[in-house]
Design a protein. Structure first.
Length: 65
């Protein structure tokens, strides 16, 4: 039972860590990367958020403030 969970945890980390790093570089809270584990539309929600929300650390948002 215990050895069966290791591949699942490793695969989950291989998905979660890169997305968390992307969120951190963009300026969002990396906790949002947990949305990827929502069944069905989690990954779509992440892509929509990154595509359409203004990034907190972008050049345009620094010019406006």
């Amino acid at each position: 039972m215990i050895p069966d969970i290791f591949p699942i945890v490793i695969t989950g980390l291989m998905i979660l860590v890169p997305i968390a790093l992307i969120y951190k570089k963009v300026g969002f809270n990396p906790i949002w990367s947990a949305l990827v584990f929502l069944p069905g539309f989690g990954l779509l929600l992440i892509f929509l958020q990154l595509a359409f929300l203004p990034w907190p650390n972008s050049i345009e948002s620094k010019r406006e403030s």
